[in-house]
Write a protein that binds this ligand. Structure first.
Ligand code: HEC
Length: 193
């Protein structure tokens, strides 16, 4: 081997060794730690109708753009947890008349030639079943698809709000964290009465 080849070969071997060490350490930490490395904040518990909707979903090519129940593509919109944001009624109307329902410009759902235009032509009964399935994809508080932010104070969220929210937003919008606080206090008071 020439000198240059030896150096290149050495670098490749070095990178492989580093990768193997990293993987082994990460795996052993993951196996031995009691808490999951990444908490899973979405869950589902399907009713028979929801399960039927899931089967229709699996045969309707939604996977090519979406991710749900842990499978599908990660390139598109993840549907896991969306059932904590919207209800069955919303999902049905979104699938049937996306442009009217979405409240923003749509990219793929809508009229032809959009790529997911075929979805509105799926028979009504199947759209209803898929809407039930979607409404059963729940998210826990603090998940990125949940309506409620994580429990407790977060200096990270405070810093992000300070940095990115437009000036004077408090006069135009409600801080959901304040709203949640007043809601839980109300519930406590109701419980003591
Ligand atoms: C060609 C890609 C594509 C296909 C196929 C597709 N979708 Fe979508 N979907 C999108 C995109 C992109 C969005 C975001 C809205 C938009 O821009 O159209 C979306 C949004 C959604 C939403 C979220 C609506 C909201 O308000 O957050 C749901 C629910 C949904 N799709 C369900 C489905 C179902 C069910 C199928 C299969 C019957 C399907 N999609 C097939 C691309 C696709």
């Amino acid at each position: 081997m020439k000198k240059g080849e030896k150096i290149l070969f050495g670098i490749v071997i070095f990178l492989i060794v580093i990768t193997v060490i990293n993987f082994t350490v990460l795996e052993s930490v993951r196996r031995n730690s009691e808490k999951p490395l990444f908490p899973i904040l979405t869950h589902f518990n399907f009713t028979p109708e929801g399960l039927h909707g899931y089967e229709i979903y699996q045969h309707s090519n939604c996977y090519s753009c979406h991710r749900a129940v842990g499978s599908g593509t990660s390139m598109g919109v993840s549907l896991d947890g969306l059932g904590s944001k919207h209800d069955e009624n919303y999902f049905y109307h979104f699938l049937k008349e996306p442009e009217k329902t979405y409240g923003a410009k749509t990219m793929d759902h809508g009229l032809p030639p959009k790529d997911a235009a075929y979805v509105s032509d799926i028979p009504d009964a199947d759209l209803h079943s898929m809407a039930i399935f979607l409404s059963e994809l729940k998210a826990d508080q603090g998940s990125s698809s949940a309506f409620e932010p994580p429990k407790g104070e977060s200096s990270f969220i405070d810093a992000m709000v300070d940095m990115w929210a437009p000036d004077g937003w408090r006069t135009q919008f409600k801080d959901i964290r304040e709203w949640l606080k007043s809601k839980t206090e109300e519930e406590k008071q109701n419980a003591t009465h």
